[in-house]
Every structure is written in C-alpha cells, then in structure tokens.
Design a protein around this ligand. Structure first.
Ligand code: HEC
Ligand code: HEC
Length: 315
C-alpha cells in the first residue's frame, strides 16, 4: 500500500488555511474598512506660520479669547467656573482643562480649533447656524490685530505652561482627550471624574445624580451616550482605536465623535492606558505564551518520534 500520509497532511493543512483565512483576514476585511494611519500628521490643516509670543497669548486666553470663561487652566491657578454636570448642561459636554494641551495636542489642530472648532473636530455636519445649531465653543474672530499672530500667541502660551512630553502619563492623556465623553469603568473613571468610595451613602447618591445629569446632557449633545471604553482594546484592537482617534469620520462617516487632535505620542499613551485597564493580565499572558509555545514544540517532537517508533513495525 502506498503511503497516503503526506497527501492527507496536505489536505488537512489546505483546509485549515482556508478556514483561517475566511475567519480572520477575510471576515475582518468585510466587517471593517481598512483605514491607513497618516501618523497623526493632520495634513489637511494649515501650518502655523507666525512665531507665537506666550505672554501676549496669556493675555488673549484670559481676555479677548474668553477661553477661561469655559475652560479651567489648573497649572495657572484658574479653576473651572462650573461643576462638570453644570458645564455639560450648558455646553453639552464639559470643556477640558487647558493645562497640558500645548504638548498633548497637535499645534496645527490647536490653531484650527481656536479659529473654527467644528472644522478642526470634523463635525461640521452636526451644526447648522440657520437652525440655531452652533458648536458650543465659539470661533475666535480675532482681537483686532492679525488673527494668525493672535492664534499663534495663544498656542505658544499653551505650550509654555504644559508639562513636557515625557511627563504626560497614560492616565493624563486619557482623561484629557477622552475622559469628558467616555467612562472607563475598569479604572473607576466616569465622565465627571474618578468615582470615589464615599463613606456616606448620601454623598454617593449625590454623586450618582450628578453623573446621571451629565450623561443626559452628553447624550443630548452627541445623539447617543459615548460607550464605556473598558473592553474596546480587546474587541476592536489597537490599530482600529488608533486610526479611529486620528480620524473618526474615516471609520464611521457622519459620527458625532469629534477628531480630538492629539499627537501620535498622546494617542499611544491613550492606547497604553486602555490596554492597562482592559487587559490587566497582558504582560503575564505574553510571558506564559512563550513557555506554552516551547512546550508545544517539544511535545510535537516527542509525539513524532513516538509515532515513528509505533508504526515502524507495522509498515
Ligand atoms: C463657551 C465656552 C467655550 C469657550 C469660550 C471656549 N471653549 Fe474651548 N471648548 C469648549 C467645549 C464645550 C469644548 C469641547 C467640545 C467637544 O468635545 O465637542 C471645547 C474644546 C476645546 C479644545 C479641544 C479639545 C479636544 O479634545 O479636541 C481646545 C483645544 C479648546 N477648546 C481651547 C479653547 C481656547 C484656546 C479657547 C479660547 C480661544 C476656548 N477653547 C474657548 C467650550 C469653550
Ligand atoms: C466629545 C465626545 C468624545 C470624545 C472627546 C471622544 N469620543 Fe469616542 N465616541 C464618542 C461618541 C459619541 C461615540 C459613538 C460614535 C458613534 O457610534 O457614532 C464614540 C465612539 C468611540 C469608540 C467606538 C467606535 C465604534 O466602532 O463603536 C471608540 C473606540 C472611541 N470612541 C474612542 C475614543 C478615544 C480613545 C477617545 C480619546 C482619544 C475618544 N473616543 C474621545 C464621543 C467622544
């Protein structure tokens, strides 16, 4: 009798590969559009051509720009004017603190968002001045001088007060860029801050009420409640999340999630934070994985030798 084993092996391998292809790359490709990263270059936005003056920028942020009417700047000792849920009732969402935006966000994005928020955030489709639907952050029309110079000054001020890139932690990146919209239950993060363990039940209930109010406001503004991101790193993976942050419209045309304008470095930190939250055993698993692979290889060698031994006499 001819040895049919190689043929059987080829058939098994062939069908395994076809099945794998249909389940993984093919199904993936059909379900998710492939979006290629542009390395957070924001090539659609114009570069800043003027050299900014931080001192002048500070005056503008506090004065004509009216930024501090809505945004806190904690490092400069400027607190929020409202609680997060009152701010959300007024603007739909709590305006983020500006302390470290100068480093965490792309400077072209910052300049554009000051001049035209919904353009930079790529959600112009949500607003219509004729119907009275305006972006909650008003565009800056200039303080009487050269508007490009004024905007460059404000960006320079934000850059001057920020911590350095190296000092931005994953938690800071997440809370600043995503935290006003997305809860992260695994880290006890809610859109109004970290959920503390209150000793007094009344304090907890008061907190819950504020939280419910916040969720109602943001749902009204965004059209739906932004999802809790605890499990997204597992269900969607790193590549999806990174390209989604860079350009939400490329994945979900018409979505209300704004382009947040973070740098590539900040996006990496956000993803690191999501990994730490959603996949706490990942480091251990990767280590164990190596040993399992070594075990399987050794086991396969023994199995093969054993099979040869057993069949030697029968062939
Ligand atoms: C009337 C309130 C208001 C004023 C005034 C205002 N902002 Fe905002 N700003 C907001 C709100 C609300 C958001 C969040 C919008 C969103 O998430 O969709 C925002 C978002 C931003 C963002 C983008 C954050 C991100 O994640 O993409 C930056 C940067 C910013 N503001 C800077 C400024 C600066 C600088 C000024 C002054 C020139 C200013 N804002 C004036 C309300 C305001
Ligand atoms: C101003 C609010 C806002 C901010 C800021 C924001 N998001 Fe979102 N996000 C949304 C909304 C709204 C949706 C739901 C979009 C939809 O279904 O159209 C969403 C959806 C998502 C999804 C799910 C996409 C899917 O396919 O279901 C992910 C992942 C996500 N956001 C990640 C992030 C990350 C990471 C950040 C911070 C870098 C961030 N978002 C910042 C509002 C926001």
């Amino acid at each position: 009798m001819k040895n049919k084993e190689p043929l059987i092996a080829v058939v098994v391998i062939f069908f395994s590969l076809v099945t794998y292809y249909l389940v993984e790359p093919y199904a993936h490709h059909v379900l998710h559009k492939e979006v290629i990263s542009k390395n957070f270059a924001y090539a659609d936005l114009p570069a800043i051509t003027k050299t900014g003056d931080a001192t002048r920028g500070q005056e503008l942020l506090m004065g004509a720009g009216a930024c501090v009417g809505c945004h806190s700047i904690e490092v400069a000792g400027i607190p929020a004017t409202m609680t997060p849920h009152d701010a959300a009732a007024a603007y739909g969402v709590n305006p983020p603190d500006l302390s470290n935006m100068g480093v965490m966000y792309d400077e072209k994005f910052l300049a554009d968002v000051i001049k035209n928020p919904s353009h930079a955030m790529m959600n112009e489709h949500m607003f219509d001045a004729e119907k009275g639907l305006m972006h909650p952050m008003p565009p800056f029309y200039g303080a009487g001088g050269d508007i490009d110079q004024e905007v460059a000054d404000m960006v320079a001020y934000m850059q001057s007060i920020s911590v350095t890139k190296e000092d931005v932690t994953p938690k800071m990146a997440y809370e600043n860029a995503c935290g006003r919209c997305h809860a992260l239950e695994y880290e006890k993060w809610t859109q109004i801050g970290t959920h503390k363990n209150f000793k007094d039940k009344k304090d907890d209930l008061a907190y819950q009420i504020d939280f419910i109010k916040y969720k109602e406001s943001i749902t009204g503004f965004m059209g739906k409640l932004p999802p809790d991101l605890s499990m997204y790193i597992r269900s969607r993976g790193e590549h999806f999340i990174s390209t989604f942050i860079e350009d939400p419209q490329a994945h979900l045309p018409g979505t209300s999630m704004p382009r947040v304008g973070v740098t590539a470095d900040t996006a990496e930190k956000v993803i690191e934070y999501l990994k730490d939250a959603g996949d706490t055993k990942r480091v251990e698993r990767e280590e164990i994985g190596q040993y399992v692979m070594i075990y399987i290889v050794i086991f396969a060698i023994f199995a093969f030798l054993w099979k040869r031994q057993v069949w030697k006499e029968l062939h």
